[in-house]
Design a protein around this ligand. Sequence first.
Ligand code: AMP
Length: 438
Amino acid sequence: MRVLIVGGGGREHALAWKVAESARVSQVYVAPGNAGTALEPRVRNVAIPADDLPGLLRFAREERIDLTIVGPEGPLVAGIVDVFAGAGLRCFGPVAAAARLEGSKAYAKAFLERHAIPTAAYATFTRASFDADWIRAQRAPLVVKADGLAAGKGVVICESPDDAIATAKAMFAGRFGPAGDLIVVEEFLEGEEASFIAMVDGRHVLPLATSQDHKRLRDGDLGPNTGGMGAYSPAPVVTPAIHERVMREVMWPTVRGLAAEGTPYVGFLYAGLMIAGDGTPKVLEFNCRFGDPETQPILMRLRSDLTRLVDAALHGRLDDVDIDWDRQAAVGVVLAAGGYPDTVRKGQAIHGLAAAAELPGKVFHAGTERRGDAVVVSGGRVLCAVGLGDTVREARSEAYALVSTIGFDGMQFRRDIGHRAVARESKLARSHYSRNRR
Ligand code: AMP
């Protein structure tokens, strides 16, 4: 089997590594990949950008690719699955009409409302319909979101109505380009966030292991929002009872609602949730893809053959498969470039990768490229070091042992990835983890 992975980040390195492990797979291509995918056995990079749909289609045809798995949201929202399916090629991900769940926050909110799926109260505005008086009448804080894709930056938490009005105006003035022509203003939800990621085949939902990411740049959840500074799995905030509620109140109604509206969803489906103190889950957002960095720790724990799961999804048979997880916890720590998440400094040599490769755990690459014999920084999130352990605390030690071998000029990382889980572990008996948890 010849597999193409579309994308070049840490998620795609993890997908390529996992797929290449399968005995059914003879060759994996990654477009465009990074320095990490270039070095994996049975994996080759191809210099085609992830948003070059005609180029990807041509490559898949010429190289007789049996299966394409799409990492990032951009090509999915742009319709890569429609293009490949039109050419008779198997491509795992939602069609453009279903990927709107991520591509348009206003569409997603209206969808949630139509199907009575719990989410924050909201209103949508264009520049023409903007109503500052409505905003002044709301209780702060308020969350202002650009409708379209804004590379994870189009969400602003505003401490006062005046702040929200100024943010809305900045969005209408083009701060996030056309993504901000339409905005969503919603109530601020209190609680603890969790990522709930599943594979979906149009009708069935196969939940993956739970996880939690860390969006803020600095320790203690301070500093600006980022694409994610680390993640771990499982996430104890998603207790078995909450897991059941999320499936019943969020995942099933979403998948059934999409099918009923004529846009059945196939692919990874990611619900970003806020779990209130009483365990009530509400949807913050949907992503039409696997999360980054959640993919890295989740796939470190996956024992099943990912290509078989994807095959089952493409045949509408996810109800037929079993999924096998390593009982160990996994913690992934992102190493980011200097200046991230604003203006990123690039080109610095990365040291210590060979030493890290001798240690347990795995370092996934993201914003890296090869320059001669060196590996250099080429993007904001550079690496993700993942450790495993019987507890989150032990997995975290393994991850930070990897981190301690690596260095590059300007390197930034958080020292507290997994802190909520570690705090919970300190409270709970150790036997908690030996139970059969996802
Ligand atoms: P989103 O891309 O919509 O998930 O938003 C990015 C981040 O903003 C989320 O991960 C939350 O940390 C935060 N956020 C978004 N919406 C809300 C909300 N209604 N209440 C509280 N925090 C929010």
